[in-house]
Design a protein around this ligand. Structure first.
Ligand SMILES: NC(=O)C1=CN([C@@H]2O[C@H](COP(=O)(O)OP(=O)(O)OC[C@H]3O[C@@H](n4cnc5c(N)ncnc54)[C@H](O)[C@@H]3O)[C@@H](O)[C@H]2O)C=CC1
Ligand SMILES: O=C([O-])C1=[NH+]CCC1
Length: 304
């Protein structure tokens, strides 16, 4: 009989998962995904169930990495919350299966980082990082970006100043709080957008030519964080073309063309045009959670 699944709590996940181990594995998985070879990676576009009553969605994100034999699904509820709401806007659970037997081996709460610093797309000299939004994703992206690179200056903006101030107090390094997006992004080399916005908050006219925008929020076809000018003037990279044209309001509503998948850049089949203004629009990939879950489970087993 199969063992019952182990439950790995979020605080344990945080202790077990290290970016330096995770990122190279994520890059390999994304490279395989972009080869469009279903003998290697199977990841259908997320199925989304609307929760109209609560202004949210349940997303089902299964993935199978064939050679690594990792079968996994993430179940993620995400919501559009009113300003001042204390309810979480994203709640996710990851199930890691034994693909042969079919049982669940581990249940864990993911540490969601859908974007990691893409030095390939960032300007060669990246000194100023601006984060728009000050919630959970803001903190995890602050951590991964500042652990991987040394920025001279880190700035944050949020629609409520007190949230941005709380964020700045919670970070390891010094972060300055800005009252307007326009000022916060002025001269920034890297801009991370992690808001719950459904209308653009970042406008192309404010973005320094050659900057890199890591766009994480706006995961619905009618939600946006970036305006048409930015979307049309930038080279747009995505995690999955199929996902982007189905789910990204920034891409669908602006009519912007997708230049490349990140996996194509990693495979060397499309160039990383870091001297141009670049947008990397991520929507979340089941394979990323699969790779993370496998790593967490391996580390957990080593400790128990
Ligand atoms: N690309 C991906 O794979 C993932 C995307 N997300 C998305 O990232 C975004 C942020 O998620 P969390 O940090 O978990 O949320 P959160 O609720 O912890 O933080 C959201 C931040 O955005 C701000 N915000 C909310 N509505 C806004 C609006 N209309 N205009 C400007 N700012 C607004 C809030 O004040 C807060 O600072 C959400 O849209 C979420 O769906 C979350 C997980 C993964
Ligand atoms: O991958 C993910 O967890 C999500 N993507 C959009 C909202 C949540």
């Amino acid at each position: 009989m199969a063992e019952p699944p182990v439950l790995i709590r979020q605080d344990e996940v945080e202790g077990l998962l290290h970016y330096k181990d995770l990122i190279p594995r994520l890059e390999v998985a994304l490279g395989k995904f972009s080869k469009l070879d279903s003998a290697e990676v199977i990841q259908p576009v997320r199925t989304t169930v609307p929760l109209q009553k609560y202004n949210g969605f349940l997303g089902l994100m299964p993935a199978y990495l064939v050679h690594e034999d990792i079968l996994c699904t993430k179940l993620v509820c995400f919501y559009k919350r009113e300003s001042g709401s204390t309810l979480p806007s994203t709640q996710a659970t990851v199930l890691l299966f034994d693909p042969e037997y079919g049982n669940v081996k581990a249940v864990s709460m993911p540490m969601i980082i859908e974007q990691w610093p893409l030095d390939l797309l960032m300007p060669a000299k990246s000194e100023v990082l601006t984060i728009l939004g000050a919630g959970h994703q803001a903190l995890s992206h602050y951590n991964v970006f500042t652990e991987t690179f040394s920025f001279k200056e880190v700035r944050v903006w949020s629609r409520r100043k007190e949230t941005a101030e709380r964020f700045a107090q919670s970070t390891q390094g010094h972060v300055t709080v800005w009252e307007s997006v326009e000022e916060a992004v002025n001269g920034a080399d890297v801009i991370v957008t992690v808001t719950g916005a459904s209308e653009p908050v970042l406008f192309g006219q404010w973005v320094k030519p050659g900057a890199h925008v890591a766009a994480v929020g706006a995961c619905r076809p009618d939600w946006r964080e970036l305006d048409d000018v930015l979307m049309r003037q930038a080279k747009v990279y995505v995690d999955s073309r199929e996902g982007a044209v189905a789910e990204s309001g920034d891409i669908i509503l602006s009519g912007a063309k997708v230049f490349a998948e990140l996996g194509e850049v990693l495979n060397g089949t499309r160039p990383a045009l870091r001297e141009k203004t670049t947008v990397f629009k991520s929507l979340g990939m089941g394979i990323q959670d699969a790779v993370s879950a496998k790593l967490v489970f391996e580390q957990w087993k080593n400790k128990h």
